[in-house]
Design a protein. Structure first.
Length: 534
């Protein structure tokens, strides 16, 4: 097996966007950061050196980290942060996975600029299960703030109010044309006619779900979250923060310049950055005076477009890539997701926004949970996270007023290899809203979803247990629910959270602790010697 080594020097660099310049945190001075390439079965070593004033940690989003939870990255969950001046080598082997994933900082709001693609190619000689594209390219969608992102969230936490939304969306780091600011450096994809291009699309935005579209061209979806899907064709994709999508574009149109665009999806009455990011697909031989072909994007509350896209996703479920959906369930869980308020005497309205799962607003500990678990340290967490709401109520109807949020560092314990069905139920405590939920350490199958309250009698018989899409991040629909299933075959401590950074900050997170199995190869490996200390 091959060892791939990378060096990430985390340094400040100046960047100019929207006609203003500010220092940003980067890897090796690049924004977006460098792409990591590996093949299935390779070992990857990434030496991270912290040259900035912030504590750091980096997460390899979607990499399963079988038995190597120490390399997963979320600060205070699986490691203490890498302090200024310190170095840590993330060391993991890629097992049973291939496709587009990504990496990002997993502390504070540093992932705004600290992120990049992680591409896992199939084993040598193994083809894609679809006609090989002529070329591949990475398309990272993101958000840009004119002000310092850490100050944005710091001030919001002080006031108790929602933070400002971003000032623009970006495609590969650039907003494209924006009113009142001619911007150089728009992403351009040069193409030849009559070919197939695979776009590895990543949503690295902090808070916005996005639609993505290319004028005049359809997109054939072949993979999401590094899991193959049954190919289908669409003109628009929906991609939530944390998710990845591989789409094939055939350059079968007349020569010209075609706009690619990313615009927000938000079907709740919540403020969102309304700007559309643009880039261009440019056929070779296009005379530069040929006008760019524009595209019409779905409106930001186009729920039917979003739903249609999500409902079209099915696992490939072929002989080589079977969908191994757990059929017997050991743990049947229902987690309510709420945005609410907590009292706060010093805040602007006398209260602060908070978020919870089953009424618990998760509090990060002072040392890592994985450490506490491995060394059996008491007093860091409890394993009494409720598997169901403490007081069932009409989740999407009129809200009860007596459901205060409790703080806690409570985990849910799973035996090795046990199976889990988890229903994530959005609620309307302040306003219902779509939440992209990400589980570390596992892929899961999305067996069902619906609008309104999950019905434990009527809904499960309609679950798709044959070819449900397999992913690591799933959108819980606004005022609705999704049901996921996974097998707890990875010992360690695994974070589950909303990938909207603002919600994670408010406490919309929890963790599973998965015990070791009986065999030595079913247990968590010991921590590496250079693991940072708190
Ligand atoms: Cu991509 Cu815990 O996150």
């Amino acid at each position: 097996c091959i060892v791939r080594e990378y060096k990430f020097n985390v340094v400040m660099a100046n960047a100019t966007r929207l006609c203003s310049t500010k220092p940003i945190v980067t890897v090796n001075g690049q924004f977006p950061g460098p792409t990591i390439y590996a093949r299935e079965d390779d070992t990857v070593l990434i030496k991270v050196v912290n040259h900035v004033k912030y504590n750091l940690s980096i997460h390899w989003h979607g990499v399963r980290q079988l038995r190597t939870g120490w390399a997963d990255g979320p600060a205070y969950i699986t490691q203490c942060p890498i302090q200024p001046g310190q170095t840590y080598v993330y060391n993991f082997t890629i097992t049973g996975q291939r496709g587009t994933l990504w990496w990002h900082a997993h502390i504070l709001w540093l992932r705004a600029t600290l992120h990049g693609a992680l591409v896992i190619l199939p084993k040598p000689g193994v083809p894609y299960p679809f006609p090989s594209p002529h070329e591949e390219t990475i398309v990272i969608l993101g958000e840009w703030w004119k002000s310092d992102v850490e100050s944005v969230i710091k001030e919001a936490l002080k006031s108790g109010l929602a933070p400002n939304v971003s000032d623009a969306h970006t495609i590969n780091g650039h907003p494209g044309s924006v009113p009142n600011c001619f911007s150089k450096g728009r992403f351009r994809l040069p193409v030849d006619p009559g070919k197939k291009y695979m776009l590895r699309i990543i949503n690295a935005a902090l808070n916005d779900e996005l639609f993505f579209k290319i004028a005049g061209h359809n997109l054939t979806i072949v993979e999401v979250d590094a899991a193959y899907v049954k190919p289908f064709t669409t003109d628009t994709i929906l991609i939530a923060p944390g998710q990845t999508t591989n789409a094939i574009v055939s350059t079968d149109q007349e020569s010209g310049k075609y706009l690619m665009a990313a615009s927000p999806f938000m079907d709740a009455p919540i403020a969102v950055d309304n700007l559309t990011a643009t880039a261009t697909l440019r056929y070779s031989g296009t005379v530069s005076s040929i006008a760019t072909t524009l595209t019409s994007l779905p409106s930001k509350n186009a729920t039917p477009v979003a739903t249609k896209f999500m409902d079209s996703l099915r696992s490939l479920n072929s002989q080589e890539y079977p969908a191994q959906v757990p059929l017997d369930i050991d743990h049947s869980l229902l987690f309510t997701i709420s945005i609410g308020i907590n009292p706060c005497a010093t805040c602007v309205n006398g209260s602060r926004l908070a978020a919870d799962i089953n009424n618990i607003s998760f509090v990060l500990p002072k040392i890592s949970l994985l450490n506490a678990h491995f060394f059996n340290l008491s007093g860091v967490f409890t394993d009494d996270f409720p598997g169901n709401p403490l007081m069932p109520y009409n989740y999407t109807g009129k809200q009860p007023t007596n459901l205060g949020t409790m703080k806690g560092t409570r985990l849910y314990r799973l035996a090795y290899n046990s199976t889990v069905q988890l229903v994530l139920q959005d609620t309307g405590m302040i306003s219902p809203e779509s939440h992209p939920f990400h589980l570390h350490g596992f892929n899961f199958f999305v067996v069902g979803s619906g609008i309104g309250n999950f019905n434990p009698n009527k809904d499960p018989p309609n679950f798709n247990l044959v070819d449900p899409v397999e992913r690591n991040t799933v959108g819980v629909p606004t005022g609705g629910w999704v049901a996921i299933r996974f097998r707890a075959d990875n010992p360690g401590v695994w974070f589950l959270h909303c990938h909207l950074e603002v919600h994670t900050t408010w406490g919309l997170k929890m963790a599973f602790v998965v015990d070791n199995g009986r065999d030595p190869d079913e247990s968590l490996l010991p921590p590496p010697t250079d693991l940072p200390k708190c």
